[in-house]
Design a protein around this ligand. Sequence first.
Ligand code: ADP
Ligand code: ASP
Ligand code: MG
Length: 409
Amino acid sequence: MALIVQKYGGTSVGTAERIKNVAKRVAKWKAAGHQLVVVVSAMSGETNRLLALAKEIQADPDPRELDVVASTGEQVTIGLLAMALMDLGLKARSYTGAQVKVLTDAAFTKARIVSIDESPIRKDLAAGTVVVVAGFQGVDEDGNITTLGRGGSDTSAVAVAAALKSDECQIYTDVDGVYTTDPRVVPEARRLKTVTFEEMLEMASLGSKVLQIRAVEFAGKYKVRLRVLSSFEDEGEGTLITFEEDEKMEQAVISGIAFNRDEAKITVMGVPDRPGIAYGILGPIGEANIDVDMIIQNAGVDGMTDLSFTVHRNEYLKAMDVLNKQVKAHIKATDIRGDNKICKVSIVGVGMRTHAGIASKTFRTLAEEGINIQMISTSEIKISVVIDEKYMELAVRALHRAFGLDQPN
Ligand code: ADP
Ligand code: ASP
Ligand code: MG
């Protein structure tokens, strides 16, 4: 007998029929003798609908009230799933985040889980009850409802799995595992049987939305055995996130390609090439609570240089405003240019540590497609480039082919 935490995403619980199918799958695992905790998302489209509704009422919704509204989608699905399970003759009980209780900090709309009180869950499991928990939501010390950021039900599931020391945390979604890249963009993408935790962390942080990054971080910290599976197919093996790099020895150097269109690039032109300039530009940006991702500074010519950096697209206008109002005159920049039509494409693989030539192959592949690279950043296991957004799919497909990711290994 194993203790298994399963999470079903929005599409998987998108209709009454699908909720009944989830119940059938849960019943099968239960019949095999396992203890089951099921974490669910809101029905697909529901969280978007709730957020849009809030914006119709208040242009810039109050964060506390926004969480009160946004968290309701999950409350509907836990009740419905518990009923569907009862209809199959199982004992089932639903819990909201506050009832469990999933204690978080007070950062509305992006709260972090602090602890989970697993005792009520354990009591139910011991009595043979299937426990259904609302994803995405928690409660802070003062009893305020909080939410964990978009895609946060993944994190709820992993946190529950960690608290219960469950044998496996299964993330059921609308694809049958983690692919070499998003299969909706590259149909030739292949499912990975395994991906290392480090690679998954990079892929999630670089834009692969199949798992929320905090879920991966949590799994790493508490060594949760994590598997991504399809809720629409009969038991495949999905993708296992492993902690053992040795298992990867025979596999490809590159595991996957991630991309995101969430960033914007800003270039501060014609600033004096002297100490304090990067601080003079990025200091006020940091003080305005704007996160900076990539940064490059060109070599100075005639004592002048340009500095470019990227920020989240949602913070692009705010960043431009800070630069124009607080920085431009102060550091004597000749111009400030912004571009929010960029994207970041990244190749990821632990094999990069032991193989040379990956960067040059990346650059050659993009050159052959006539794609201009605007920025580059690397780490031990990833290479990211910023390019014009309109070439994103072309770049991802070309790199996918160049690194043989479409070939069975
Ligand atoms: P859920 O609602 O179940 O949480 P999500 O939409 O959050 O589902 O995540 C699943 C989606 O992630 C897939 O439909 C797919 O388009 C996207 N995706 C992005 N990158 C990848 C990848 N490397 N492998 C698999 N899916 C990916
Ligand atoms: N329902 C939430 C969202 O749409 C959480 C989740 O689905 O993981 O972001
Ligand atoms: Mg998701």
